[in-house]
Design a protein around this ligand. Sequence first.
Ligand code: ZN
Length: 257
Amino acid sequence: MMKRHTSVGNRLLAALPAADLGLLAPYLQHVLLKQDAVLVRSGDRNDKVYFPHSGAISFMLDMPNGQTVATSLIGHEGAVGMLSVLGPSRSPTTAVVRVAGIASQISASRFHAAFGQSDAIKYAVQTHTRALLMQLQHVTACNALHAVEARMARWLLHIHDRIAGNVVPLTQEALSELLGVRRTTVTLVVRKLRASGAVKSARRGLVEIDRPRLKETACECYEAMRCKYHRIFPLDTHRLSSRPNGSENAPVLNYRT
Ligand SMILES: [Zn+2]
């Protein structure tokens, strides 16, 4: 039997009026997002929509030669598979769970039906689209203009925004995939970040960071994207501050300093 969705930790769902959320709620199922799980593969149909409450998911572009690079990252402010409402198309990217968490999952057909009945859900899709386009534009510029060290610092900060504590659960393999660079380059860059103190340690897939120093290393894209998120998402934090476990250490996206 399907486990019913109870808490609303996803920002898009939290912004929905009760009646509109009610169109989705009977069909939302709580699922665990396990680290490294693939939610949808490039070329496959999006038959599910995921609304993360915690964790982080990267959208990866897979090249024919096997190389891969991250185009965007979402956490509890976004969704996976939501843009399938735009028309029957196959996923252009592979969605990979980078940081484990929980999500509400709904079948794409149920979501499409609710989308057709609700202006608020349409607005949520627009909000998600604006946030994603903004991110894609910045990542494109960043990849063309900024050094790999600054880009690695930026990705680490994006993921840090979605976790509690200062240890980012990323292997060097994952960093190489996110950045679209070789493992040897990742090793060199991590060594540089360690020398500057921005990374305190990097062992067994756990990268301990010094956030202020990492921010000094990151390119301006990190702050620019953070500011633009604030504009796209209204300050409805009072609705978002209630976390399932009430933990003070729970991550709050974009509200770190
Ligand atoms: Zn940049």
